[in-house]
Design a protein around this ligand. Sequence first.
Ligand code: PHE
Length: 374
Amino acid sequence: MRAKYLGRSDGALTLVLRKLGSLTLDERKKIGPVAQALKEKLEQLCDAQETQLLGLGGSVVDATLPSLAPETGHLHPVTLVRWQLEDLFTRMGFVIVDGPEVESEWYNFDALNMPSWHPARDMQDTFYTEVQSSKFKVQSDEVAAQRLVLRTQTSPVQIRAMEKYGVPLRCIVPGRVYRNEATDARHENTFWQIEGLMIDRDISLAHLISISKIFLRDLLGERIGIRVRPGYFPFTEPSIEMDITCQLCADQRRSSSRFAGPKSQTRLPKPVTGNGNIHGDKDAQFMYGVFSKDGYGGQVNADVKCPVCKGMGWLEFMGAGLMHPFVLKSGGVDPKKYSGFAFGFGLTRLAMMKYGIGDIRMMMSGNLRFLEQF
Ligand code: PHE
């Protein structure tokens, strides 16, 4: 309406007003005031209409614009990795077992061959509740063994699974665990682990290592390197620790001039045995194999500035071993007939590896700008 009647160049009323000058005085006196009044009236009406359309939000609603896409939810990186592993392990005949996050000291420690005086408990300081539970059996008369704690590991479910399902048994236990930790880029007080168990006749470390290779390659790709070192856990005997090649700086390492391994990834290098040269780790001389398509020997590479592995190329990945006879007995299994392997690793840390996340604190931050990337 404004353009039609009041438009600067060809508005109907504008043209009338422009013509006034060419009229006689009489005509001007007659038409002039009427046209002027009409112009003011029209402007008022247009202004009022415009204010109404602009509404409270101050912008014109354009009903022809496409609507905003609704925000859809998505899975947390830890959940994505957990589901992928659950899928893979289920296909290999493992069942998925759950356990309580508030656990009795018996299941979390004592039943796993870690009585209250055991030094290994120091490494898993946790949050103790004031609740005493008489529901759980205790190893000795100690009252302490009846306290409830936030579980420090998924290992207590080893015992629960044996009690519930008996043997033979193949299961994995994904779950949240808690430790009284000072937090930094690699440590959190709350994180996820996955426990794995395979109990049957004649289960050996060979089963453990091949199952580990299968799931690590499925998750992180064929190029992942695996290193096995001796370790210590009260609930496994022998115990091992498994390291994987750092995925955050893998490309950087490979393109470095100090990189000693093969640049092409076509052949698997021979396992290195008796290598005593692993970043000053005295255990390394006992290391019995490097299963790495990376061809990476484990020396610190000064060219690589990696915040996670500090240029070492290796990351501690999981603890494992053959189940201690005491543990089998705690779960009601005869260690003379059955053997089993157990492993436990940090699922949160694995998700960090997979997605190249440098700081574990991001995982719990609830920061949408971080989470929306997955
Ligand atoms: N529970 C151990 C930990 O949290 C890992 C582990 C699990 C080691 C099973 C051996 C066997 O450190």
